[in-house]
Structure formats: structure tokens, C-alpha cells
Design a protein around this ligand. Structure first.
Ligand code: SF4
Length: 436
């Protein structure tokens, strides 16, 4: 039982754009939800937005002096794959131990192949710590990941995001002003509450996929950071210290995790930052155990129960594993759910001849399918829908930042000021102490 494909997601998108359907491709429909990805990420560099401020999400005010991506020099935009390959390898060779390149699981293969470490955002930030002598950390992921790497890196290390427009749409759904405003309203509501258990009325918990400003907010307000691997441990930590949790930005991770811990759905109201009290009544918020921010991942919200039913109808022996950023009905219908690390390990440990339908970002699914030809592995969604913001890191941008480093110039540096980094580190350290 083999996976009849060796194409990368970018190869498939390029073929679809030229009207060719690759037989046996991971996305069996031969369609993509984002045909514009075939044009190259530089098509958006000419737009005034998006860009990011230091320690801020896209919705925050962006200081005028913040560097914007700007247009990638033509020599990189027009270079062939072979030329970029040769230039990236030559630059890496020249820089040697002075640079470490990190590649997120969801990054395209054309970039991941140059990574010294591949993993999830937190694994990568920790991997960078194993190279304290590297002068530069080139993070091929998205903005919040580079921020976390900067918070955890040695003070003299420079963190570089090859394309400044590589953000995370979920992280952008919770900006610091909206969270501060929500917190003020909640503090006012809970001010009269009396409790003799010594617990705070509410504890803020932010998912790793959030701006550094929100991690700093959690550090300042007795809160903590979680990943998709340790969300239950972190929620338990928070319940020991508070009667409620404000969980942001991902409603699905919060709901799926709290539900599995026995929190009833009616005690998990949603906070819509555009409405007073988040669109809830006083009583609903007083009775709440977990208040869920109105955020989601545009990639994971595409997965559906109908896709799972179809996978089971076509492959009766299929094992369906989905990521906890998927909506609750999808997680409930799957055989298992877990973080990217869980998915990678589950496939690695399975007996040869297993069949997997996976509900997570398609670059990772495709890579696993190629890496484990002894299994049949496919994405639940038969339309190619990669994380379009992470996709903005094209090999051309990697070649550019590396060659600039060779020339002694640091471009696209991500720095988090101490006013944010210090409390953010506190929230991250609480998470580490709350292991497993
Ligand atoms: S897959 Fe979703 S959560 Fe992950 S970086 Fe992309 S938009 Fe953000």
C-alpha cells in the first residue's frame, strides 16, 4: 500500500494553475481554494498591508517606523528553483554555525528542505536554544513564532522572519486592545464576587498562536501560555488558581480541551469583542467556567464531519486523526485528535499498511504521505488549502535573508521589547513548570 505521489503542495498548485490535474495527488479533487498562491507571494508585497509591528498583531496600531516587507529584489523573484537552491546552499555553507534555519511543520517543502530543525512552534523555539552560538535564527514560520523565538533566544541572537507578511490569521483575531477591554469589563463584573477558596475570579490563558503582547498580558495578570499538546495540563493549572478562564484566541482548542475535561458546553460562553460583555449576559459570565474568544484557524475550520464520513465510506479501515483547532463536531467524530507532534508520532508508530485520514494543514500531511510510503495517508479535505500566510515564505525570501547575512546585513529582524518580552517569558515559564 503506497502513496502514489511525490509532488509537493507547491508543485500541485502550479499544476492546477496550468489546468493540469495530477493523478493520485493528496488533494484528490485537483482543486485549490487559493489559486492566487500560484502567482508567488511577491504579488502582495506591493500592497500597503499586511505588515506587523514589534510585539503586536495586525489589528494593533503599527508604529510608523516599523519596517514593511517591501518588494523582494527582482534577482530573487526571477531566479529559477535550481538557482535559488544553489544560492541558499552556498549562503548556508558560508554562514556555517553562525546561522540556524528553523522550519515549521506547515511550511512548504521547498523551504523545509533547508531547515536545520523541523517541528511545531514551541519545539522550534526550544531547538534554537540548542544553538546558543548561532548569531542568527532564521524562522521559516509565521510572525508569532519568530516573536516567541526572540523571547526565548539569547539576548545577542538576531531572529529573522524571511517574509514580514507571514502572519497568522488566528493570532490576528485577538489584539491587545480588545483583550484589555474585555478584561476590564470582566474585572468590573467580578469585582463584587466573594469567594473563600483563595482563587482569583479569572485567569487569562493564551494559545501559543498569539502575539507577544498577549503572552505579556498573561504574564502580567497571573496567566499562562498553552500549546495544543499541553492545553489540558495548562487549563488544570489555571482552574487551581482561578474560578474561570479567559481563553484566547482559538475557541476550538479551548472548547475541545475543556469539554474533554468535563466542562459543560453551557458554561463556555463565547466572547465577541465587538459586543458589550462579549455578547453575553451578566449571569452567563458569572456562571462561566471557560470564556472562549471568538477566534479560529481558517485552515482547520475547513474540516467537516461529512469529510470524515466520506473517508470512512471509502476506506473502512481508516484511522481519522484531527487537530484540536478543528471545530468540536469534527473532533468528536474523529477516532483521535492531537497536536501536530501527536499526529507525527501516531503515524510513525503505526504498523505498515495503515490508512490515515488527517485533519491538519496539507503541507504536513503531504510530507508524511511521502515519508511513510508503507501507509496510505491522505488529507480529509480533498481541496488544497494550505496556510496561505505561512506560504508567503518562498525560497526566494530565504535566499535573500541568507545572502544579506553573508553580506553582514540583518534584514527582517523580529524584536520584542523588554516591556513585552519580560512578562511574556513569565507566562511561558509558567507553562514549562506546569508540564507535562
Ligand atoms: S495554520 Fe492556522 S493557526 Fe497555524 S499559522 Fe496558519 S492560520 Fe495560524
Amino acid at each position: 500500500m503506497t502513496n502514489p505521489l511525490t509532488l509537493s503542495i507547491d508543485d500541485e498548485i502550479q499544476l492546477i494553475a496550468s489546468g493540469v490535474h495530477a493523478p493520485g495527488a493528496v488533494a484528490s479533487s485537483g482543486e485549490t481554494c487559493a489559486p492566487e498562491l500560484a502567482d508567488g507571494p511577491w504579488s502582495i508585497d506591493v500592497l500597503p498591508l499586511p505588515t506587523y509591528g514589534p510585539g503586536a498583531s495586525m489589528a494593533d496600531p503599527i508604529p510608523a517606523e516599523t519596517p514593511r516587507q517591501g518588494v523582494l529584489p527582482e534577482e530573487y523573484r526571477l531566479a529559477s528553483k535550481a538557482e535559488l537552491d544553489q544560492r541558499i546552499l552556498a549562503a548556508k555553507d558560508t554562514l556555517g554555525e553562525r546561522v540556524v534555519v528553523l522550519g515549521h511543520f506547515y511550511q512548504r517543502d521547498e523551504v523545509v528542505k533547508y531547515a536545520d530543525f523541523v517541528g511545531d512552534s514551541f519545539q522550534l523555539a526550544n531547538a534554537a536554544k540548542t544553538r546558543p552560538d548561532a548569531e542568527a535564527i532564521v524562522f521559516c514560520g509565521v510572525h508569532f513564532m519568530a516573536e516567541t523565538a526572540d523571547i526565548l533566544a539569547q539576548p545577542e541572537q538576531r531572529v529573522i522572519l524571511p517574509n514580514l507578511a507571514a502572519g497568522c490569521s488566528m493570532a490576528d483575531m485577538a489584539d491587545i486592545d480588545s483583550v484589555e477591554e474585555a478584561w476590564e469589563q470582566l474585572m468590573e463584573l467580578y469585582a463584587d464576587e466573594t469567594a473563600d477558596d483563595g482563587r482569583a475570579p479569572i485567569i487569562p490563558v493564551t494559545y501559543m498562536n498569539s502575539s507577544a503582547a498577549l503572552k505579556g498580558f498573561c504574564g502580567r495578570h497571573g496567566g499562562i501560555v498553552c500549546t495544543s499538546s499541553n492545553a489540558a495540563t495548562v487549563l488544570q493549572w489555571a482552574f487551581e488558581r482561578g474560578r474561570r478562564v479567559l481563553f484566547f484566541p482559538d475557541q476550538h482548542l479551548g472548547r475541545n480541551t475543556a469539554k474533554a475535561m468535563g466542562v459543560p458546553l453551557e458554561r463556555m460562553p463565547m466572547w465577541n469583542p465587538r459586543k458589550p460583555l462579549g455578547g453575553n449576559t451578566d449571569d452567563e459570565l458569572l456562571d462561566a467556567q471557560v470564556i472562549l474568544w471568538h477566534g479560529f484557524c481558517s485552515v482547520h475550520k475547513r474540516f467537516s464531519v461529512a469529510q470524515i464520513e466520506r473517508a470512512r465510506a471509502e476506506h473502512p479501515d481508516v484511522r481519522v486523526i484531527v487537530h484540536p483547532e478543528c471545530p468540536m463536531p469534527v473532533v468528536d467524530a474523529a477516532d483521535e485528535y492531537g497536536s501536530t507532534d501527536y499526529i507525527v508520532k501516531a503515524i510513525g508508530a503505526a504498523p505498515a499498511g495503515s490508512t490515515f485520514a488527517i485533519g491538519t494543514e496539507i503541507n504536513l500531511v503531504q510530507r508524511l504521505a511521502n515519508q511513510y510510503p508503507q501507509h496510505r495517508i491522505f488529507c480529509l479535505d480533498d481541496v488544497i488549502c494550505p496556510c496561505s500566510t505561512m506560504y508567503r515564505i518562498h525560497p526566494g525570501y530565504l535566499a535573500w535573508v541568507l545572502e544579506e547575512l553573508v553580506a553582514g546585513r540583518v534584514v527582517n529582524e523580529i524584536t520584542v521589547g523588554d516591556d513585552v518580552a519580560v512578562p511574556a517569558r513569565v507566562a511561558l515559564e509558567r507553562m514549562l513548570a506546569a508540564r507535562p
